[in-house]
Design a protein around this ligand. Sequence first.
Ligand code: GYE
Length: 339
Amino acid sequence: MFLHNKRISNQFRIILLILIIGCFVGCGAQKKNLSQIEDNDGIIVGFSQIGAESAWRTCNTRSVQDAAAERGVQLVYDNAEQKQENQIKALRSFIAYQVDVIVFVPIVKDGWDNVLQEARDAGIPVLVTDRKIDVEDQSLYAGFIGTDSLKEGRNAGLFVLDKFKDSCEQFDKTEEHINIVELYGTEGSSVALGRAEGFREVLDPHPEFRILYSKSGDFLRSRGYELAVEFLEMHEDIDVIYSHNDGMTLGAIEAMEEKGLVPGTDIVIITIDAQQAAIDALRDGKVNCVIECNPKTGPEIIQLAERLAAGETIPRLQYVHEEVFYETDDLSLIEPRGY
Ligand code: GYE
């Protein structure tokens, strides 16, 4: 296939990588760990990761790295430190280096058309993972594997609907709304957009519910804490916190407890990711519903990358299996989460 016709020896590619990264390092690009590449016959995958903003993210990175090592795939890993421009730089260095496949987690859904056109012109297939992208020409990437954020949002909405069904039945008499606060993920990311849309899709037909406050905490625990301090100052009548990830939830719980509130009792909490700390909080009654977002996608990602490197086509859209953990479940059955 075209990859093998143009494929240059790994030794030459190592020299090329050193030269390319060397010129980037001069302008402040992150230092690359050049020992990532040995001279063997494994395919070479350029992996652009968002950063290390949450336990979920570090687990996702580890899963891809472990799977690559397991399969003898050579991974050129780049941590974009939460900046899209760093991801675009990394993709351009992967193209210049002529990796066999590019795998990337798009921090936001827009702004990828040009660099993906460059990858296509270079004959390098691209696998998008975790978060989705919006591009004019869908053929600019080979496929997507990751989370179904719309379904996660819907599951959160359905839990709230069920949790407050009695209050809803009394609404005509009491006129009392169920007040919701939303800790929103990274602005412009497909996962935050999907989680917000799915949640509203379920609750909008029910006027008893109203979202009093929705702000981006960027999936960061520290921002979850800061926003919780703010909304607890602003509102006395909060019934529900809907948080787009566990990191922000843990920050909000800290703020609530500092204020003498009992999380999970005074305010119902729904959170997404299902990292160990969230499952522990569920067991402690501090959280009422944990929606799993599976970060351990490394094996599937590497398998798809190998198929692309062999010139195969892959499914356009692949969602990973995810569960919902409810406060009423037998929580002793939940396996250790590993993140
Ligand atoms: O929910 C959050 C991480 O993109 C699904 O990003 C991922 C999200 C996840 O920072 O913890």
